[in-house]
Ligand binder design. Structure first.
Ligand code: DX5
Ligand code: ZN
Length: 225
């Protein structure tokens, strides 16, 4: 199991001051920026694309904010966005296997850019998609909500799926991160960690609990995680 990482989902940040929110949340101890990309086609919501990623990356570099950008693609088709986000500064790119016509090729497109690649599993998507591609995977993302919106309730069945994914990772002997996304808060993070997770996405659990004008507004919540 790898070192635990807190991955604030900027879906719940204030997009009018995205750079500042990211800077503050990383300064407060978060480890990775979770960047949710929704297309109003694969999921019923529309968020942000490569242009915003590029601007954010430039801002982070200029301000000395060091954290990987973890791009969660909820788009169909995926391949063009893999290339665009690779050029826009992504470090990790994950996609939903149902959204790709050729999963192995999409993973290879990510790897060809020297980036970390992962697959995302909706609550009803089986882990069997991993069977023939485990050697190309750097991250497995288990959804504990149906994708599309922040602020939904954690689906408990995700815990069993995390345990199964942890067994697959351990059996592979490879360094693969196991990430959870949806309904994770300070109150349930210990239970999620006990199921084998090492990378914890939290959107409303972090950004929803803060007073917008206080520079240290994320310190308390992140320390509880
Ligand atoms: C859901 C997104 C999540 C979401 C998590 O489709 O992938 O990253 O922002 O938000 P919370 O933590 O509020 O459930
Ligand atoms: Zn996400």
């Amino acid at each position: 199991k790898q070192e635990n990482w807190i991955a604030p989902s900027i879906l719940s940040a204030d997009f009018a001051q995205l750079g500042k929110d990211v800077k503050d949340v990383i300064a407060a101890g978060a480890d990775v920026v979770h960047f949710d990309v929704m297309d109003n086609h694969y999921v019923p919501n529309l968020t942000i694309g490569p242009l915003v990623c590029e601007s954010l990356k430039k801002f982070m570099d200029s301000e000395g904010v060091k954290a990987p950008i973890d791009v969660h693609l909820m788009v169909k088709p995926v391949d063009q966005m893999i290339n665009d986000f690779g050029n826009a500064g992504a470090d990790y790119i994950t996609f939903h296997p149902e959204a790709s016509e050729h999963i192995d090729r999409s993973l290879q497109l990510i790897k060809n850019q020297g980036l970390k690649a992962g697959l995302v599993f909706n609550p009803a998507t089986p882990l069997s998609y991993l069977e023939h591609v485990m050697d190309k995977i750097d991250m497995i993302l288990i959804m504990s909500v149906n994708p599309g919106f922040g602020g939904q309730a954690f689906i408990e069945q995700a815990l069993e799926k995390l345990r199964q994914a942890r067994q697959l990772i351990d059996a592979s002997g490879r360094d693969i991160r196991l990430e959870i996304d949806g309904g994770v808060k300070a109150e349930n993070i210990a239970e999620v960690a006990a199921a084998g997770c090492d990378t914890f996405v939290s959107g409303s659990g972090i950004f929803g609990n803060a007073n917008a004008n206080d520079a240290n507004r994320y310190d308390t919540i992140i320390k509880q995680m």
